[in-house]
Ligand binder design. Structure first.
Ligand code: FES
Length: 168
């Protein structure tokens, strides 16, 4: 027979402490996660997605570049494809513009209007943007196209999350 016998009172005390601790952890974990989630989100926003575009092949003519990545929404994972209009400016600097029109969210195309060549054109309400993505005054869009941050890795273009253009 063991010398360490557990009394009924001790057994109840251990059991209630264990169950109480388990329940407290269950309540605290979501709160802790909620508190640190924004910190985790900053890291995700810093992710860059590989495209199939070689940096050396980028010219001064805007070209459509599609790139895909997996997006997790709670338990549901899906493949998302985004598009950028990419070119090199007069200084050889890469410019990657979001195609999403800042008026009501249609998709803009490069050089798509015969009347307004060398501009981005939105077919929905004839919105127009200059080559650098700035909205043409007196057309429906009130803001410039968003800009993708970019990186070069192993000769390929990587794009981050499109952000509103910083005012000069
Ligand atoms: S959605 Fe582009 S001009 Fe209206």
């Amino acid at each position: 027979m063991s010398k360490h016998r557990v009394s009924r009172r001790q057994f109840l005390s251990y059991t209630l402490t264990g169950v109480g601790g388990f329940m407290a952890a269950g309540m605290l974990m979501p709160m802790v996660r909620f508190a640190i989630d924004p910190v985790l989100k900053v890291d995700e926003a810093g992710d860059f997605i590989a495209t199939s575009k070689k940096v050396a092949d980028i010219t001064s003519e805007p070209e459509r570049v599609d790139f895909s990545f997996k997006q997790k929404d709670a338990w549901y994972e899906s493949e998302v494809t985004n598009t950028a209009w990419v070119y090199k400016d007069d200084n050889g600097k890469i410019v990657a513009l979001s195609p999403v029109c800042k008026h009501l969210g249609c998709v803009v195309n490069w050089n798509a209007s015969e009347d307004h060549p060398n501009e981005f054109f939105c077919p929905c309400h004839a919105g127009r943007y200059y080559k650098d993505g700035v909205n043409v005054p007196n057309t429906p869009p009130m803001k410039p196209l968003d800009v993708y941050p970019y990186k070069e890795k192993d000769g390929f273009l990587y794009l981050g999350k499109a952000q509103p253009r910083k005012e000069a």
